[in-house]
Design a binder for this molecule. Structure first.
Ligand code: HEC
Length: 133
């Protein structure tokens, strides 16, 4: 794990807290979009992440949480590893099965590029209502 991704401390599951060093980076978002299509993510989650057989990545329901630490480990290690650490499936998202571990096919940088794209795509697809004043 590169130092740039360490956010300090650990979470309640004993994982070092992470923050995406590529968040909001336009080149990383574009690379992440290409990886999403090329690394089989789209086969399960839909071409634009809107869901298919598996949960959508564009809504506000997240199976194990939406923080960078959780998404990084879920993508690389799969959902069985998350539950083995004590993560529980949130009830808001439909259960479609387990996410396979894909870390052997992705570098650390590619994983952050994917997460940068997921964030940007999420913000684009599901704009939040403006805060009431
Ligand atoms: C074989 C099908 C499959 C493939 C391939 C796959 N996923 Fe998943 N993914 C799932 C399933 C199923 C879940 C829900 C896991 C659970 O409920 O434990 C999931 C969950 C997720 C989540 C959390 C979604 C949420 O709403 O909380 C993210 C983010 C994610 N996958 C990203 C990816 C990325 C990025 C790739 C490609 C590198 C990928 N997935 C490839 C099946 C897949």
């Amino acid at each position: 794990m590169s130092d740039a991704a360490k956010a300090g401390g650990s979470n309640e599951h004993g994982l070092v807290r992470l923050r995406n060093p590529l968040e909001g980076d336009a080149a990383a978002i574009a690379a992440g979009q290409a990886l999403f299509a090329g690394k089989a993510c789209a086969a399960c989650h839909g071409a634009s992440g809107g869901g298919g057989m598996c949960p959508p990545l564009v809504n506000d329901a997240w199976v194990y949480g939406d923080d960078d630490t959780t998404l990084y480990h879920l993508i690389r290690e799969g959902s069985m590893a998350m539950r083995a650490r004590g993560y529980a499936r949130g009830s808001a998202e439909k259960v479609a099965g387990d996410m396979p571990p894909l870390g052997s096919a992705l570098s650390e940088q590619e994983t952050w590029q994917l997460i940068a794209w997921i964030r940007a795509n999420h913000a684009h697809a599901a704009p939040r209502a403006p805060a009431t004043r």
